[in-house]
Ligand binder design. Structure first.
Ligand SMILES: [Zn+2]
Length: 81
């Protein structure tokens, strides 16, 4: 099963102990499970793993729903005296 339809998350920075600085990271899909995906974050400076993240299917759906939701239009009522 090919599941290569991943959206580009905005690149974030994580603290790298080797570089001793917050470095931009590369996201690498490590493992796909039926209910979650595990991502590995690699430092773009030295290539070492600086973090890991689990995204559950529920979370993924939720974040997509939030992105899709449009800001609600606020009705501004003008008060006339
Ligand atoms: Zn590094």
């Amino acid at each position: 099963m090919n599941q290569q339809q991943f959206e580009n998350f905005t690149a974030s920075s994580l603290y790298c102990e080797k570089c001793k600085a917050a470095m931009p990271v590369r996201e690498r899909l490590l493992l796909v499970l039926p209910d979650r995906e595990i991502f590995d974050y690699l430092c773009t400076g030295c290539g070492s793993s600086v973090g890991r993240r689990e995204i559950t299917a529920g979370e993924k759906m939720l974040s997509q729903a939030v992105e899709r939701r449009r800001p609600r239009r606020r009705t501004v009522r003008q008060l006339t005296q």
